[in-house]
Design a protein around this ligand. Sequence first.
Ligand code: DAH
Length: 339
Amino acid sequence: MKEQLEKIRQEALASMERADVLDKLNDIRVAYLGKKGELTQLLKGMRDVSAEERPKVGQMVNETRQALEEALEKKRAELQAKAQEMQLATEVIDVTLPARKHSFGHRHPNTTVLEEVERIFVGMGYEIVDGPEIEYDYYNFEALNIPKNHPARDEQDTFYINDNIVLRTQTSSVQAHVMETRKPPIRILSPGRVYRSDEVDATHSPSFHQIEGLVIDKNITFADLKGTLLEFSKELFGPDTRIKFRPHHFPFTEPSAEVDVSCFKCGGKGCRFCKGSGWLEILGCGMVHPHVLEMSGIDPEEYTGFAFGVGLERITLLKYEIDDMRLLYENDTRFLKQF
Ligand code: DAH
């Protein structure tokens, strides 16, 4: 018995000595001191020991157990300290590193300008309405007095889903939708994305945005159109802004005009920004053509109206003095966060 105990003790101490991680040490504890461990098994053999020997053997077993437990505890503390040291060495926190930056989102300049335009027109009693970007040829062209083979289609070539469905080339396509479904008085503003098969350059993109305005009521005249656009221009470009109407042609308005605002950089004297002219072109407009009203079920004898269409990018570029439209689409935050 004594030799057996001594053997177990030597073996256990030797394997503890070899243990290099805490897990292994635990295995050793289980192997010798656990319920089915060697020392525990030996204790069960006490039955065979004679009565007078028993206390002595018992004491020896306890001594061995105590010795092993002490050795285990010592080794455990040692290994734990080593593990912690390793952890400290590998998981270094450099408190001098700069903190990770949280960058906040930012409104796109187009969005800022659109919200400003919407605010101005909502202030004049307009309602914002939406229209489909994938549009029937009818709403994009026919209902706007642009029948098949009309030369105006040349300038607005687009992407065709099929013969009857296109990606809309202008937000004017919303006009007929609104006129068909509502009774005058109508006073709406419809912003949205439009498409044309244009090559990308500093002033063109196959996809851009327009803002359409449409007013229909009794006794609407060109004077209403003029007053409205003057008010809009003053709010957007400053109170001293003047506007100028240049005769133009659009198939869906008669008469039609293009509108220039006095250059907000030089006040109209002429500078590099307005290329010496003193004026900046901002939109197209006119009195809604009687035939357009008629096609959408509105009696042109009873009602008249005006419409206008603004290029959103055009205004954004002017307002922020950006010289290349592509900058608006590249999502370069170094550019975008300046506005
Ligand atoms: N839709 C025209 C374009 O894309 C712009 C326009 C001109 C809209 C005159 C109008 C308007 O409503 O009356 O060139």
